[in-house]
Design a protein. Structure first.
Lengths: 465, 310
């Protein structure tokens, strides 16, 4: 059941009132929310709802093990076992075929004819997200053994439906802090929630869909027949599409989270206004980039073990970030490119005093990010190179669609720099609107969203990961 | 509930119900395609009137750009953003040697998500063989021959042939079809002989038109499916496709030859010439892996290019 579907709209009419009505019975409310999370997951896959349930039990049991002993060695062992199993499960479900094919190629290159069986594996939806959440849970239990967490609360945390399928990665310490706070269970910041949901729907249903259908899919499906202008448009449009799609998704679930009484972590801060790659990663998919920083980069040594080691750590963290998106060389290369870019900037910063003006810096950062998106979006690396090659076919035929995209981009960047003022303005407007005016406005906006949106229910890009 | 929840609930109820009313026909079409239920069977016709009126007067949302309708002109595909009305004759290849297509190669690709995977690869290969050819991919996911309210394939294909003078249509669809067919007040239960006959009539609708207009049809058969219902459907559908294609003298491409027969249990891999396992199916048990798509596409291209008929 997609958050964009009519089923979800009708379902929410029953779900939210019951959920809010249960607020005076916190345990029952948590049980209801957990059951609904499993129901939504069950709608995607029956068998994986069971897998998720067993997964929750396992994580809870490991948490008990880690927290119940005073012996440091046993706690470390419990933490290590818990983590190891999580990573192995993720690798098995998500990366088995990539590892198998890569191993076969390497072994065949070495002249070894080894049999590695293919397995019929389906990765559970959202596995990358709930595995990472589980890692934060085990870490939190390891660092805070005195905390008491029930099996119900652990299950609620790991199956929490607003973040279950595509994040943002909600860290255990943040979730449980909110769970024990007074606000959970009733809607909070309603005006902000309405603004987030409507803006998210507009971004996804109207803009991301238009960009995808008009500029992106055609170019990436037929990379060999493109030219400079069409490649430029496709890359620009995809850069905007993936942001509008993913941040639109995040806005919707953040709004829904507020209606449940939870504040989800911030995932985006106008990433295309970044002045360099480090800045971009502080603004793009923040819950993942901070996870990679705290759970990969810093444990590897971060910047504490000399300049060379820092660059190696950075490169490795970025490759892992790419690999997290999927078992494909396109994602690995995308992560590697970002890592390489970040290392290059560090070297430049170390050995050169060149100061690039902020506007130029933004432009070159955006150019690099766009270039890297080619690998992220392409079906395979060959197609990516074909598309890049097509960009050297110069044929200047600029039609209305090119102007539309440039106009849209200009408006997008102009509004991006004023996003927080716009949010304050619209949230304030919703706040002061009377019930009748607000209701009529929302009815009209919803009507326009359906009118301008695609036929059928579109998928979010990040549902794949 | 306190005033906050009451307020947001009231807004949500009004917004959702009013919009459901004004978009009732679209909601019905969606539920029909997704769950094979038809609201119009249970609700009075009068309720649908506002949504049907709106549908007539309001413009449609943006549709996906198809293979030969780029909004930003590609480098070697004829007129920018337009159909290639008069593709140059006598391309780099001699038509008679190229099999089922003549020099004015105009191929329409129709189907569901199965075709969405195959068409881009096939079209890229075909463009290399027929630089002056015209190829259009109209495939759309979640479509088929069972539910025709969302998209009526026979009508769409007929209209496309008439408008754009296609001389070949490649069709690949099926996994959305093993459900009851509702035609007016009549319901054809799946699986049954009545269902098969009704389904056959929809296939024949395309073939009759194509035959009358001297358009070649290439129909790609289904492979085994992990889901029981889809597997059961594939057996019946392939039988229909194969029989009808043979009786009309059109080309049927069997994917069973590539990936194993429907009498075999679902397997996501095959063995390559070296005896190694090659994953050819996607993890959903219905679609294909990139390798599988390349195999179907390559077979399709070879059929179109006529190498199998030499």
């Amino acid at each position: 059941m997609s958050f964009l579907s009519p089923e979800f709209a009708f379902f929410s009419l029953f779900f939210f009132p019951i959920y809010w009505a249960l607020n005076s019975h916190k345990k029952l409310q948590s049980l209801f929310l957990t059951s609904i999370s499993f129901f939504i997951y069950f709608c995607f896959s029956k068998i994986f709802a069971l897998v998720l349930f067993l997964f929750c039990l396992y994580i809870w049991a490991m948490g008990i093990w880690i927290a119940s002993t005073n012996l440091n060695r046993k706690r470390v062992l419990g933490f290590a076992v818990g983590l190891m199993v999580l990573i192995l499960v993720l690798i098995f479900f998500k990366y088995f075929e990539l590892i198998r094919q890569t191993s076969l190629s390497i072994l065949s290159f070495l002249g070894l004819n080894v049999f590695l069986p293919a397995l019929d594996i389906v990765a559970p939806a959202g596995i990358s997200f709930f595995t990472f959440q589980a890692i934060t849970y085990l870490t939190w239990r390891y660092r805070n053994p005195e905390e008491r967490v029930s099996v119900l609360d652990t299950t609620l945390y790991l199956s929490f439906w607003p973040t279950l399928f595509a994040g943002p990665i909600f860290r255990a310490q943040d979730f449980f802090k909110q769970l024990s706070g007074p606000n959970v269970g009733l809607p909070m910041e309603i005006s902000k929630a309405i603004y987030f949901i409507l803006l998210g729907l507009l971004q996804k249903l109207v803009f991301a869909n238009w960009l995808q259908n008009t500029y992106v899919d055609h170019a990436f499906e037929y990379p060999d027949i493109q030219n400079f202008i069409s490649v430029f448009c496709a890359v620009l449009a995809y850069s905007l599409q993936i942001f509008l799609d993913f941040s639109g998704y995040t806005l919707i679930v953040t709004g829904l989270g507020l209606l449940l009484g939870y504040t989800l972590p911030i995932n985006f801060r106008q990433p295309y206004l970044a002045i360099n790659l480090q800045d971009f990663w502080r603004r793009w998919h923040i819950s993942l980039s901070t996870f990679i920083r705290d759970y990969v980069y810093i444990p590897l040594g971060g910047n504490r073990k000399g300049f060379t080691r820092e660059q190696m750590n950075l490169l490795l963290a970025m490759v892992l970030s790419g690999l997290w998106h999927g078992a494909s060389y396109t994602f690995i290369l995308w992560g590697f490119l970002h890592g390489l870019g970040a290392v290059f900037l560090n070297l430049l910063h170390r050995w050169s005093k060149v100061q690039v003006p902020p506007l130029a810096s933004r432009f070159f950062t955006l150019l690099f990010i766009g270039f890297a998106w080619i690998f992220f979006r392409s079906s395979n690396i060959d197609d990516a190179w074909i598309l890049i090659g097509s960009a050297f076919h110069f044929k200047l035929s600029i039609g209305w669609n090119v102007f539309s995209l440039l106009l849209f981009s200009t408006i997008f960047f102009a509004l991006s720099s004023r996003a927080s003022q716009l949010q304050t303005y619209f949230v304030g407007l919703i706040e002061v609107s009377g019930l009748a005016v607000l209701t009529i406005s929302i009815v009209a906006i919803a009507f326009l969203l359906v009118l301008l949106g695609p036929s059928g229910v579109p998928n979010f890009i990040y549902y794949r990961f | 509930m306190r005033s906050g929840p009451k307020k947001i609930f009231l807004i949500a109820v009004v917004a959702i119900l009013i919009n459901a009313f004004f978009w009732l026909d679209s909601v019905d079409a969606y539920l029909n395609a997704q769950y094979h239920v038809t609201l119009s069977e249970y609700l009075p016709d009068a309720l649908f009137k506002p949504s049907l009126t709106l549908k007539k007067i309001l413009p449609k949302g943006p549709e996906k750009v198809t293979a030969e309708q780029p909004t930003v002109a590609p480098s070697n595909s004829g007129a920018p953003g337009k159909l290639t009305d008069s593709p140059s004759r006598g391309g780099t290849l001699q038509t008679k040697e190229r099999g089922v297509l003549d020099a004015q190669v105009r191929v329409l690709f129709a189907g569901d998500s199965m075709m969405q995977g195959v068409a881009p690869i096939a079209i890229s290969s075909l463009r290399k063989i027929y630089p002056d050819g015209y190829f259009e991919d109209l495939s759309k996911q979640s479509t088929g021959l069972t539910v025709n309210r969302y998209l009526d394939w026979p009508e769409t294909i007929k209209a496309q042939i008439a408008q754009k003078n296609f001389n070949t249509v490649v069709i690949f669809l099926g996994p959305n079809d093993p459900w009851d067919i509702v035609d007016g007040k009549q319901r054809y239960k799946f699986p049954s002989l009545e269902w098969e006959n009704k389904y056959r009539s929809r296939v024949k609708e395309v073939l009759d038109y194509a035959s009358a207009h001297k358009v070649k049809i290439i129909w790609i058969g289904l492979s085994s499916m992990r889901d029981d219902r889809l597997q059961k459907g594939a057996v019946i559908q392939n039988k229909v496709f194969k029989e009808e294609m043979n009786s009309y003298g059109f080309t049927y491409i069997s994917t069973e030859d590539l990936f194993g027969g429907l009498d075999q249990p679902f397997k996501n891999y095959i063995y390559d010439a070296g005896g190694k396992e090659l994953v050819v199916r996607a993890s959903d048990g219905t679609h294909y892996s990139p390798q599988g798509l390349r195999m179907i596409s390559s077979k399709l291209v070879s059929v179109i290019a006529g190498s199998e008929n030499k």
